[in-house]
Design a protein around this ligand. Structure first.
Ligand SMILES: Nc1ncnc2c1ncn2[C@@H]1O[C@H](COP(=O)(O)OP(=O)(O)O)[C@@H](O)[C@H]1O
Ligand SMILES: [Mg+2]
Length: 392
């Protein structure tokens, strides 16, 4: 391999920022793209570009201008249909054009996982109108979960507990959906006791590898805390790894994937997957593993060896959310937040804030065998010490 390769990063948030740092440490050159200027990853990249990534022509023009060796999507809201064409031109799309394209739409990935590969998922139906939603809910039963086919971070998603919720669920899905697709997925609500992300690494020249499972808790469709390892039985772990292997193999390519599962008394359910570093995987930034999820992504993409993934520490992350809207956020309380041994902070450097926007993350860690619950509490305590003040 000759270094540097030119990497075009599509989406420049906090996950992208850590990825940029990881590939630069391996001598690579990064062009960081986002829809607004001064996004977190752009602050550390070699070059930056601001475009609407859902605009296929703008995307093509950028690829023609920079001639990247590798295109790395960091978000879903990209005109991913164009990726097939980039692949034909000899550009490496991460993990593959098919993976990025299938996962931007819940229907493609769910049909692949459930119908084609036979993975166990929540029962589901699709609905493209209020009338179809009413009959889908009748079929699936209550409670059920409604999500726009194109959306992320819980946007447009709601739970239907009684038939009187259906109309609101439909209008909410339509107001918050992304793009022009009206269709929604309706799933049976899984009363899970644990939700996990299984970070999975597919390699160009090596076997598929798995990170120790990460547990997490979601609120309003965004993760609040994550912890690693999430202790689950060996049997369930094997089952999860088998499902992750199947779906990543079918989608193809090299890189890290966040494969999400629900664990209920009934067993394990595949939920969804992202073909890139996962937000709950930020816990690996505190040294829970010999390589963070970003370092793993970097190596897998570049075809560099990942001889092993091992658990080094038990750790947890807790998000730091903005409460108000404004520009040029300033932070106080870092002294208190960092006072406990094993804690750390990442401030993402987002140029503006709005209520519930994730502005940073608090991290905590301890010995590999220590009580993850206590470490999680420490991360939450640390996150709560950080205050964000904005100019109105
Ligand atoms: N069928 C379901 N049953 C119970 N909870 C669900 C179900 N689907 C989603 N959720 C909850 O909503 C969260 C977000 O849903 P997900 O499908 O992962 O969408 P997103 O793409 O926005 O992350 C999940 O992590 C889970 O907590
Ligand atoms: Mg999810």
């Amino acid at each position: 391999m000759t270094t540097p390769k030119k990497i075009m990063l599509l989406g420049s948030g906090e996950l992208g920022k850590e990825f940029v740092i990881a590939v630069q440490r391996l001598g690579q050159h990064v062009v960081a793209v986002d829809s607004y200027n001064d996004a977190p990853a752009q602050q550390v990249a070699d070059e930056r570009e601001v475009i609407d990534m859902l605009d296929g022509n703008a995307l093509d023009a950028l690829v023609a201008k920079h001639k990247p060796d590798i295109v790395v999507p960091e978000i879903e809201a990209i005109r991913t249909e164009r990726f097939y064409c980039y692949e034909k031109q000899g550009i490496q799309v991460v993990p593959s054009a098919r993976a990025a394209n299938f996962t931007m739409n819940r229907k493609a990935i769910r049909d692949l996982a459930a119908a084609e590969l036979g993975l166990r998922t929540a029962r589901y139906r699709y609905a493209a109108s209020l009338e179809e939603l009413i009959s889908a809910v009748e079929n699936i039963g209550l409670p059920s979960v409604v999500k726009p086919l194109m959306s992320s971070s819980g946007k447009g998603q709601s739970i239907i507990r009684s038939t009187s919720d259906i109309e609101n669920a439909w209008s909410y899905s339509q107001s918050a959906k992304r793009g022009d697709i009206a269709e929604v997925i309706v799933e049976s609500f899984i009363p899970f006791h644990t939700e996990i992300t299984l970070l999975t690494v597919t390699q160009k020249n090596g076997p598929t590898l798995f990170c120790p499972p990460i547990g997490h808790r979601q609120e309003r469709g965004d993760y609040q805390e994550s912890w690693q390892p999430c202790r689950i039985s060996e049997t369930l772990l094997m089952e999860a790894q088998e499902m992750a292997e199947k779906v990543t193999r079918s989608l193809g390519g090299a890189g890290i994937w966040g494969v999400e599962f629900f664990l209920s008394d009934e067993g394990l359910y595949f939920s969804e997957l992202s073909p890139r570093p996962h937000d709950t995987g930020m816990v690996t930034l505190v040294g829970t593993q010999n390589l963070s999820e970003f370092e793993l992504h970097a190596r897998a993409i570049l075809g560099l060896p990942v001889p092993e993934i091992s658990l080094m520490r038990a750790g947890a992350s807790a998000v730091i959310l903005a409460e108000m809207e404004g520009n040029m956020p300033r932070f106080s309380g870092l002294e208190e937040a960092l006072a406990l041994p094993g804690t750390d902070i990442r401030i993402f450097g987002k140029p503006s804030a709005r209520p519930y926007r994730r502005m940073g993350v608090a991290l905590a860690s301890g010995d590999p065998e220590s009580d993850v619950e206590a470490i999680k509490k420490q991360a939450i305590t640390s996150a709560a010490k950080v205050n964000i003040i904005c100019e109105e």
